[in-house]
Design a protein around this ligand. Structure first.
Ligand SMILES: [Zn+2]
Ligand SMILES: [Zn+2]
Length: 245
């Protein structure tokens, strides 16, 4: 197969028990290997890269690649940093958070942009235009598989369709094992470096696996446990942005 012309699949928004996810890194690695066809994953815990580093250290045992990521709680909302080498602290402005990610050669993605924990919030039309011009982030997460983000996803897709010269990505925002791979990014190639190149070339698109009722039920079943983990991780998740996502 000619890799240059094939398309790969990446779930670039996954939480582990290093923040408020319920699954351990080894559980996530086994699940991705045995239950998904993902080529690349990014572990993006809230405000830590410990779990992502652990996942990266196990990468050679598996058939897919791992990107070290972090979902950083900026003052305005959540920003995903991918291809990180250093932890990015929470609590900075969104603009400074994007700059800190880019300063270490990372990719900055505005996560679930129009959700309550999103940088633009449910009504952020004007701020969006400013941000595209001023912050120079790389991509907008236009698909997030959390079921209550349907409206926020469609808003993100609509804003993205404006042709702002930013890439579109999708991710599961998984907080438990069975959600991994429910949302993903299609990119040209199959490796983590191909993913980076594809984002920079605006060649990615967002896609999803159908949810079904059991998925919604699992979210509901896992929600109390996720909230308890968020409480335990209070400092790391920096309430009030701690709500699932
Ligand atoms: Zn989030
Ligand atoms: Zn998240």
């Amino acid at each position: 197969m000619n890799r240059a012309h094939s398309w790969g699949k990446a779930d670039i928004h996954i939480h582990s028990n290093h923040s408020d996810g319920t699954a351990s890194i080894p559980q996530i690695m086994e699940y991705v290997q045995n239950r998904t066809d993902l080529d690349v994953i990014a572990i993006t815990d809230h405000n830590t890269i410990e779990g992502a580093r652990f996942a990266k250290s196990l990468e050679e045992l598996y058939d897919f690649e791992v990107v070290i990521g972090e979902e950083v709680t900026s003052r305005e909302g959540h920003i995903l940093g991918l291809f990180l080498t250093e932890h990015v602290p929470a609590g900075m402005s969104a603009r400074d958070t994007v700059a800190a990610i880019e300063a270490q050669g990372g990719i900055a993605i505005v996560a679930h942009p129009f959700s309550n924990q999103g940088v633009f919030g449910p009504f952020g039309r004007n701020l969006f235009a400013d941000a595209v011009n001023d912050w120079a982030f790389h991509a907008l997460e236009i698909y997030n598989s959390l079921p209550f983000l349907v409206w926020a996803n469609s808003m993100a897709a609509k804003m993205f369709a404006g042709g702002y010269g930013i890439a579109a990505t999708g991710g599961s925002d998984a907080h438990y094992l069975e959600a991994v791979g429910k949302g993903f990014t299609i990119f040209r190639g199959s490796s983590a470096e191909d993913l980076r190149t594809s984002i920079l070339n605006l060649e990615t698109r967002a896609d999803s696996r159908p949810h079904g009722l059991s998925f919604v039920w699992r979210i509901a079943r896992n929600y109390p446990r996720i909230r308890r983990l968020q409480a335990l991780n209070h400092e790391r998740c920096k309430a009030p942005y701690a709500a699932t996502g």
